[in-house]
Design a protein around this ligand. Sequence first.
Ligand code: PGA
Length: 265
Amino acid sequence: MASEVLSGSLVEVLRTPAPEVIVLPTTKEVDIQAFKILAQTVIDKPRAVLTLATGGTPLGLYALMAEAHKSHVLDFSGVTTKNLDEYWPLPKDHPQSYSRFMKDNLFNKINIPACQRHIPDSSAEDPLKETARYQSTLQSIGSSDLTILGIGPEMTCHIAFNERGSSLGSRVRLVDVSEETIKANARFFGGDQTEVPRRAITQGVADILESKRIILLAKGKSKALGIKRTLEGEISEDAPASFLRLHPKVTFILDEEAGSLLTRD
Ligand code: PGA
């Protein structure tokens, strides 16, 4: 199965342009570059559909979006958003739920109506029903105009909660959070790994690849090995982010540290 996926992928690689890779000197410039792409998307299409990420990486971008709204530079009232993932189970208003994260860091600071914001329900009683509901929500909204991604630390190479072993065809599902991710995310739970939920609902790799355009942001040394593996290693389930190389319009925006191990021409 893996080799079938791989040989299928190789055919696609031959047809797909190499991903655009932009390495910038500072994290601030990464945020600005990402903001320019996002702003242009919303200016070109006021009813744009955006897929959004959580985590530390997009915070600078979200701050710029909030600033743009405050200074009346951008209007987000027509925008629809679909979040990549959410822990399960966790009360919706838990300080570390992604629903709360999005409100605190973005939604309470810009003007996207609540009915146009979509995220899996961390408090759903039946997670399987919730994954089915979220998949059908994604389908009824249609493909995103722009997806913002981060990447997991070190060699996890995860995108959303698609951990190592996630297939190219994977869809919205309930997954186990890997031990490495639990360790990395414990910093948000007062450093206590036992507080990190063991499961999550995530968009699959196939859902992510349906976006018309994707930007992956990576900052800092802890991302350097994973970025090298993603861009220069084989395209495989061993590094879910490597599947992005099959997408015709993907841009990796890296700071100097995250891009430091890439082979330069
Ligand atoms: P980070 O997380 O932005 O906090 O580094 C990214 C991820 O785990 O996907």
